[in-house]
Design a binder for this molecule. Structure first.
Ligand code: HSE
Length: 351
């Protein structure tokens, strides 16, 4: 152990914004798994400071301070942003990058809306922003950098996928949503999930990385799951379909982009139909690599913390921030025109 410790570099010191479900899971991993993480990163990773909205009387695994104090702390190498939502998270990220800190975030809304301009300010990593534990962000930006992605089809929201499954199993919408909230799957404001803002933001991020075009997430047409009735799920089932909230995007040879998020009828023999609960799946059509499918836990504290940790280990090793660099390269592009896929591919829209 001593010989191993001697080989390590100085600790990588981090601060954290937010101590909710994901922040708590990350803080636990950093303590309970400290040796394995240090071996992976070739240096210990230390949580030195935390910012929470209401610090009075709050127990925390590191000293609590204000955002200004944390960003001004001279010993820090990086900050992890786990507040979620656009503000104040966007300001925290911008200020931290401007102060020379590396930023790791799980925030899909900020990355979808401001990723390209933020990534020009400094090293920005956001593996946890899409599909939590599924390693899709750096896979698109790094592993598949030389390929050409033609389409993305996925289930990108664990909360709505769990709700649809629970309703099909007889639960009410309210019970199913409460269960997703209890399990730490839902966003702080669950309308982000059920009205499909969350998967639309994730689809915007994936599309920017896959198609190398700047996408404005508000240009992606969204249809959520609020208006789906249990009888529609049952009727679909009788006809051999499962209703899933599908996020899909394609880019044609003429660079036209079509994308939307909407409930779709998926044939019950299709692999996507068997992606249940908090699982997500992403199918890519790549010109050279062919058809790729990545599937795994897409929501939940441990799944998200696992993706944040992957970025932290890369940061501590000084590995390139490929996805951040790719977004930065799009910063001067105007937003691409995005038309809805509508009832076309990949599966007919549920009605
Ligand atoms: N609320 C999100 C979901 C969390 O349910 O997928 C993971 O991004």
């Amino acid at each position: 152990m001593l010989a191993f410790r001697k080989m390590l570099r100085a600790p990588y010191r981090i601060g954290m914004f937010g101590l909710g479900h994901v922040g708590g899971a990350l803080a636990r991993r950093l303590v309970e798994d400290a040796d394995a993480i240090a071996r992976a990163a070739n240096r210990p990773i230390r949580l030195e400071a935390i910012v929470v909205a209401r610090p009075q009387g709050r127990a925390a695994p590191a000293p609590l301070m204000t955002a200004e104090e944390l960003i001004a702390r001279p010993s820090l190498d990086a900050v992890v942003e786990l507040v979620g939502g656009l503000e104040p998270a966007h300001t925290y990220i911008k200020n931290a990058l401007s102060a020379g800190l590396e930023v790791i975030t799980a925030n899909k809304q900020v990355i979808a809306a401001h990723g390209p301009t933020l990534a020009r300010l400094g090293r920005l990593r956001f593996e946890a922003s899409v599909a939590s534990a599924i390693p899709i962000v750096e896979t698109l930006a790094d592993t598949l950098a030389a390929d050409r992605i033609r389409s993305i089809i996925g289930i990108l929201n664990g909360t709505t996928n769990s709700i649809l499954g629970a309703i099909a199993g007889g639960a009410s919408y309210a019970e199913a949503l409460a269960d997703a909230q209890r399990r730490g799957l839902a966003e702080a404001d669950p309308s982000a999930d059920v009205d499909a803002h969350d998967p639309a933001a994730k689809l915007a991020i994936l599309s920017m990385l896959a198609f190398r075009r700047r996408i404005d997430p508000s240009h992606i047409e969204r249809v959520g799951i609020r208006s789906l009735e249990p009888v529609q799920l049952a009727a679909a089932r009788r006809r051999g379909f499962v209703i899933k909230l599908i996020a899909a995007a394609t880019m044609q040879d003429d660079a036209t982009i079509e994308a939307d998020v909407r409930p779709r009828l998926v044939p019950d023999h299709a692999a996507m139909a068997r992606v249940d609960g908090a699982m997500n799946a992403i199918a890519l059509d790549a010109q050279y690599a062919g058809s790729l499918v990545l599937q795994g836990p897409g929501a939940g504290p441990d799944a998200a913390a696992s993706a944040v940790l992957a970025d932290l280990v890369r940061a501590a090793r000084d590995a390139p921030a490929s996805a951040g660099s790719l977004l930065a390269s799009l910063a001067d592009q105007p937003a691409a025109t995005v038309a809805p896929l509508g009832p076309k591919n990949p599966y007919p829209a549920a009605s």
